[in-house]
Design a binder for this molecule. Sequence first.
Ligand code: UDP
Length: 235
Amino acid sequence: MDKVQLLYEGKAKKVYSTMKGDVCVVSYKDDATAFNGEKRGIITGKGEVNNRMSNMMFQLLEKYGVTTHYVEQLNARETLVKSVDIVPLEVIVRNVAAGSFCKRFGVQEGTILKSSTLEYCLKDDNLGDPMINTSQILALELATQEELTKMAEIAAKVNQVLTEYLDKINVRLIDFKIELGRYKGDIILADEISPDTCRFWDKQTNKKLDKDRFRRDLGEVEEVYHEMLDRIIHS
Ligand code: UDP
């Protein structure tokens, strides 16, 4: 399927229209940003890793009954996806305290949470993606109660399936962010699942295998993206 027109360029991906209205092409970039775009860089090979890994995760999730936007990988960094209307919310699930959760609540990084948490952020770069609660989401008509229920169900299923799968390749799923889209009257999983959007720690050593290596200048950035993909390919 050929790309027709650039519809949208984000920090990590470009989206193109195609000749068919119900599918579009996502092209993953090597550009990396952190802290709401304040820190910028290039992670060589990231686009290809995130494309391939996201597609493998979407195919795994489909097997477990989660409907995703994935249609077909086109080449190393491009994938055909269903053309969804993105719900302007980031849905974040946490199993272990890290990142903004530690800062906000004064909890030590690595603290295992007694139960997983679910939080929402409004997707708005100008506002710095502020946290938003369900009553605020309903009041602002960003999603309906029915949609919120479906989104929470999908988030819980993704957490369960990915946690179990990653454990087999010696990776702890610390937390992750997903985005959902409206498609033909349904809510389906969209965006990506990659070291850009999840925190992955090695099960034995707790070595960080995700974008925190870029955020915090920990080194071996390209290496850990490739390591995650290698572990998945060889699983
Ligand atoms: N995350 C993301 N995009 C964002 C914000 C967060 O993909 O704009 C992911 C992040 O990689 C982590 C999880 O969501 O896996 C929780 O992130 P957190 O709220 O701790 O924010 P951060 O510390 O990344 O600013």
